[in-house]
Ligand binder design. Structure first.
Ligand SMILES: [Ca+2]
Ligand SMILES: [Ca+2]
Length: 165
């Protein structure tokens, strides 16, 4: 038995797609995702481990509208229901979170007034200025401003643990 389901929304490059189906896999099915235009296979799960009810998430590299096909091996009837979950449409990367040790500018293991004065001494500088220090531009907007100092304040008196040498 081979059944085709068409994803009802276009998938853009970079989307991740996951699939849930029922009943659970008996180890004799695989899931194949094809581009509906050219039939190009963009994903082939291979045999799905027995007992599983989900596949993915799988990042689809090509934009398009896809058909998912459950392929059964052997004679055991398998799934008649597949649900698609598409996520990450035009995903925007989230910037990494600032860590305590990142604002412990003097590397003494604690965020203190000394660290505050280090960043304050560069307040108002921008990329290219002699006193500009990239390490102080915590929000990465190219200027060292109160916004960056406020980030350090949020860590005030926090201990960052042993200093890595
Ligand atoms: Ca410190
Ligand atoms: Ca900044």
């Amino acid at each position: 038995m081979i059944t085709t389901w068409i994803l009802n929304q276009p998938v853009v490059s970079g989307n991740s797609v996951s699939f849930s189906f029922s009943p659970i896999s008996n180890g004799q099915i695989s899931l194949v995702v094809k581009n509906t235009n050219g039939g190009v296979i963009v994903y082939d799960s291979g045999p799905i481990v027995s007992g599983k009810t989900t596949v993915g998430p799988k990042v689809i590299q090509q934009s398009g509208i896809y058909a998912a096909v459950l392929v059964a091996f052997g004679v055991t009837p398998v799934s008649n229901t597949v649900t698609f979950n598409v996520s990450g449409i035009n995903p925007t990367p989230t910037p990494p979170a600032i860590t305590c040790s990142q604002v412990d500018f003097d590397h003494d293991g604690t965020v203190t007034i000394l660290d505050m004065s280090l960043i304050s001494s560069a307040n108002g500088t921008k990329v290219g200025d002699p006193k500009f220090n990239k390490a102080y531009d915590l929000n990465g907007d190219g200027v060292i401003s109160q916004a960056d100092i406020d980030i350090v304040s949020g860590f005030f008196l926090q201990k960052c643990g042993p200093v890595a040498l």
